[in-house]
Design a protein around this ligand. Structure first.
Ligand code: ADP
Ligand code: MG
Length: 263
């Protein structure tokens, strides 16, 4: 557990409605530097809505988001990223045909002279890419190789290393292990652990896999139907608590669906 006592992100009583539908109904949580905060819940719990609100995609209907104890009002994803909130979505936004380095710098290339001449500082960009990946435990000996040749785990690491290099102090990972096989999942968990051990980055890990969360998270928030049904630190919750909260959330979602169809 990190020694940080001030949250980098504080979410208070967040409400998000889509028309008459309430996707988030008064959600509060704190995120600390050097910690992994797992956001858990069944399909439809509101996990994606919560992180999209945090990432500036949706404005909140009610409630407050603070970054470094200052209330913020993101009008776009750009605002959130300027405030140091980096989101790695499931599709990773990588171009499989382009090189590792080109993907790393995508749109933020380093040029020799004015960018309109298009002459890039390739050697320097290759070096930075390799170094940033190495910090997360992946040695890309040839950063000019196409991203398409990398494993799923390495691609996740590339997207994460890129977000950190370009200023993310809060890293939001949306289901980073869900599309991967067992071995690749472990690689991604190791990468997340390395980011955590850097000490200054806060990680929000969205998952519906409570085993993965239990392996690497310091703090947990369980969502169901847009509400927090349980929260705590690693010390507060044991495996049985986590299974119970996950099962409780799934059951609630199921019952509510049944109610809706029989009305
Ligand atoms: N843009 C939207 N418009 C209307 N309803 C939405 C929208 N986005 C999400 N929802 C609804 O909000 C609820 C929570 O969805 P979501 O945040 O995607 O859950 P999760 O990521 O936990 O599976 C779902 O019932 C979903 O249908
Ligand atoms: Mg989702």
């Amino acid at each position: 557990m990190s020694a940080a006592t001030r949250p980098v992100i504080r979410i208070e009583n967040l409400v998000k409605r889509f028309g008459g539908f309430t996707a988030l109904n008064g959600v509060s949580l704190d995120v600390y530097p050097g910690e992994v905060h797992a956001l858990l819940g069944d399909n439809g719990a509101g996990k994606s809505t919560l992180i999209k609100t945090l990432a500036g995609v949706f404005p909140p209907t009610e409630g407050t988001i603070s970054v470094d104890e200052k209330a913020v009002n993101f009008r776009s994803p750009r605002d959130a990223s300027d405030a140091g909130i980096g989101t790695v979505y499931q599709d990773l936004a990588l171009n499989g045909l382009a090189s590792v380095t080109r993907n790393f710098f995508m749109g933020r290339e380093l040029f020799v002279g004015p960018p309109i001449f298009g002459l890039m500082r390739m050697a320097e960009m290759d070096r930075i890419t390799r170094e940033e990946m190495l910090k997360l435990g992946i040695d890309i000996s040839d950063p000019s190789q196409a991203v398409g040749t990398m494993s799923g785990g390495q691609r996740q690491t590339l997207a994460i290393a890129r977000a950190i290099h370009f200023g993310a102090k809060v890293l939001i990972l949306d289901e980073p292990t869900s599309a991967l096989g067992q071995k690749q999942q472990m690689e991604v968990l190791k990468t997340i652990k390395r980011v955590r051990d850097l000490g200054h980055i806060a990680i929000i890990l969205i998952t519906h896999n409570e085993v993965h969360a239990e392996l690497i998270a310091d703090r947990f928030t369980f969502l169901s139907l847009g509400e927090v049904i349980g929260a705590g630190t690693n010390a507060d919750l044991d495996s049985a608590d986590m299974r119970r909260l996950m099962a409780g959330g799934a059951e609630l979602a199921h019952l509510s669906e049944e109610l809706a169809t029989t009305s």
